[in-house]
Design a protein around this ligand. Structure first.
Ligand code: GDP
Ligand code: MG
Length: 445
């Protein structure tokens, strides 16, 4: 598997250096700043930096990577782990009671998106063929009850009416009774929130919890809240045995540092992310993606770029300019690209710079094979005349035979390479206008 393969690379490529206190200090300072800028609360930042240091020091630096680049790898991995990547995909699943209905209690401050998210969850569960009932224990704002009724109807789930004169505990018990009688699989209890945490409110929701013993108690938190998330999370975590977190409004432009703060305080999995006001705007939480977002792709890539000595960013910029100004992407450019891939630590080195989903896809491929392939392709290009390299369309049957003989390969292989060049050429045309730099950045993210 991939990990084993990388481990092998570590051994065979003989790192030139190890990560040390001094060669990581500056980078860690940058990471710390990036996290603070993303509004991660200070205690969570401290804990994280300490953890990264512990993991990184003594670590071997692979291949052509600089210590800084190697550290970025550690940072991304640790951050994803802290976001819950280590908990496995089951962590974002909801639990269901042996004996239905499974009760889900929604907790959180006012305006964070509890009612909207209740509607989203009802939709999500309905799609899993669950019979869902919702009820509002928000007795302070009649409009809030009507709001829940509206979103519930929109997703076609059942709604248990309540009034502002009822007590939250009574409402919850009555709804539970109804759900049992009508064979609902799930009962979602929406609750009131206040603008700030107050004791009375905490006691009220704790009383509802004690009365119905929900299997899921979800803390809903707004990704836009920033630093304050840590205090809110603390208060709710102390008042209620939380089972998970839902992070809303991730469609906003916040970096979502709240995610890290909340994980730091509660240790509970973030199960879902709210990504729109609409009722289909609910996604399973993705720890790795969140880690990249919190670090800020821009920042982290700027760091990687600075650190990356093997890759000639100037060459990439020149090529982008050339294409932008209408220049042609010829065989020389193609070879420059292949060579650049080699510089980035070969295919296996490149692999661990790719986003996780590509890594998974690539895990099945044979890296040694791929590296040999690149070498052969470079050999074929070397066997072309300068004229052929500048105008690959000249290469017809005769020339192909000559090139193949020169590179010591079959003609089919020359054909294959020309096809790959054509594909790259088409892509380059599409990328005209600065897209190349973006793509190269994407490759190294
Ligand atoms: P509650 O007071 O906690 O029940 O919050 P509401 O469900 O009433 O939501 C407060 C506001 O946030 C409403 O305007 C929602 O449309 C909006 N909202 C909730 N979740 C999201 C989300 O994931 N993305 C966006 N953009 N808006 C959201
Ligand atoms: Mg509400």
């Amino acid at each position: 598997n991939l990990t084993q393969r990388l481990a092998k690379v570590v051994k065979t490529m003989r790192g030139e250096a190890r990560l040390t206190e001094s060669n990581t200090a500056e980078m860690l300072r940058e990471v710390r700043l990036a996290l603070l800028e993303a509004d991660v609360a200070l205690p969570a930042v401290r804990e994280f930096i300490a953890k990264v240091k512990e993991k990184a020091l003594g670590e071997e630096v692979i291949g052509s990577l600089s210590p800084g680049q190697a550290l970025v790898g550690v940072v991304q991995k640790e951050l994803a782990a802290l976001m819950g990547a280590d908990l496995g995909p089951e962590a974002s699943q909801l639990s269901f009671a042996q004996q239905p209905p499974a009760i889900i209690l929604m907790a959180g401050l006012q305006g964070v998106g509890k009612t909207t998210t209740t509607g989203k969850l009802a939709k999500y569960l309905k799609e899993q063929k669950k019979k869902v009932l919702t009820v509002s224990a928000d007795v302070y704002r009649p409009a809030a009850i009507a709001q829940l009724e509206s979103v519930t109807k929109q997703v076609g789930a059942d709604f248990f009416p309540s009034t502002a004169n009822d007590k939250p505990v009574d409402i919850a018990l009555a709804a539970l009774d109804w759900a049992k009688k009508h064979y609902h699989d799930v009962l979602i209890i929406d609750t009131a929130g206040r603008l700030a945490i107050d004791e009375a409110m905490m006691q009220e929701i704790a009383a509802v919890h004690a009365a119905v013993k929900p299997i899921e108690t979800l803390f809903v938190v707004d990704a836009m809240v920033g630093q304050d998330a840590i205090n809110t999370a603390k208060a709710f975590n102390e008042a209620l045995p939380l089972t998970g977190v839902i992070l809303t409004k991730l469609d906003g432009d916040s970096r979502g540092g709240a995610a890290l703060s909340v994980r730091h305080v509660t240790g509970k999995p973030i199960k879902f992310a709210g990504v729109s006001e609409k009722l289909d705007g609910l996604e399973a939480f993705d720890p790795a993606r969140m880690a990249n977002r919190v670090l800020g792709m821009g920042d982290i890539l700027a760091l990687v770029e600075e650190a990356r000595k093997g890759v000639d960013m100037q060459a990439a910029a020149d090529m982008a300019n050339k294409i932008k100004s209408g220049g042609k992407f010829d065989m020389n450019d193609f070879k420059a690209q292949l060579t650049q891939m080699k510089k980035m630590g070969g295919m296996s080195g490149l692999l661990d710079k790719l986003p996780a989903q590509f890594q998974q896809a690539a895990a099945g491929a044979n890296m040694d094979q791929a590296e040999k392939q690149v070498r052969r392709m470079c050999g074929i290009i070397d066997s072309m005349t300068p004229q052929e390299r500048a105008k690959p369309e000249l290469i017809k049957a005769n020339r192909k035979r000559r090139i193949a003989a020169g590179a010591g390969v079959q003609v089919q292989e020359v054909n294959r390479m020309l096809t790959q060049y054509d594909q790259m050429n088409t892509m380059m045309k599409k990328l005209k206008g600065g897209g190349l730099m973006k793509m190269m950045r994407g490759m190294k993210g």
